[in-house]
Design a protein around this ligand. Sequence first.
Ligand SMILES: O=C(O)CCC(=O)C(=O)O
Length: 256
Amino acid sequence: MGHGSSWMIDRERLHRDGYALLRGAIPSDWLDDLRAAFDAGTKPSDQWPIPRQVSWRHSLVDLDSKVQAVCRLPEMLAVVGELMGERFFLSQAEGREPLRGGGYQTLHRDLSAQRPGDSVNALAYLDDYGAENGATRIVPGSHRPAQGEPFDFNDESRSVLLTGSAGDILVFDADLVHAASLNATGTRRRSLLICYLTEALYASHLETTKLRSVRMDTADRFDPSDFAGMLRDYSSGFSVAGTGAASSGSFGVSEA
Ligand SMILES: O=C(O)CCC(=O)C(=O)O
């Protein structure tokens, strides 16, 4: 699995669902270094420019070379580019982990900035994740609500709990409804939250880098056409759990 593999993507499904779960996207021999970078970069809530939630561990990792490599994994950039549809840049990368007894979030959207699709986020999991340690819930297709149909963020009937392994990456449109869950056991669930924005948002990004503790160079530009050859239309072969836990299969993307 993972690095160097070719991935087949059902473009229509990606746009309809608003996310893809790339299983095993991070080369497994990177994971120890990534976990060490996460642990080394951990800072208490009150040492961030804007205090962070105390029920989470937050880590400053954006200068780490392996983290930077994850942010540039071609498979991920291909999916980001497909969702975005125009040139984009890496805006933020930080480490986050729900602590024992913490992590639970109400369903929410991270929100696009100026137009639907101009912001795409990714969660790169550094530990196995599931119902017991604060896995992410998502509501497929919730990123483009029909006009006049507000989403009830307390309604969990369409939410799907993702489960999977260290090395998976969830890529999602910033308007997709999602949330973290309670980490009841305290089993580690380190992740990297990675944000990409369209090039048009670069000036506003620069205005808030200090507040967001962004130290890395964000000058690189990525063009969807650079990754076009990596995605193929693929209309069958997906394994999708029904309602409830998505314990197997890939969503929107399948390894070739
Ligand atoms: O880590 C997760 O599972 C989701 C985190 C999230 O949605 C958030 O912090 O806004």
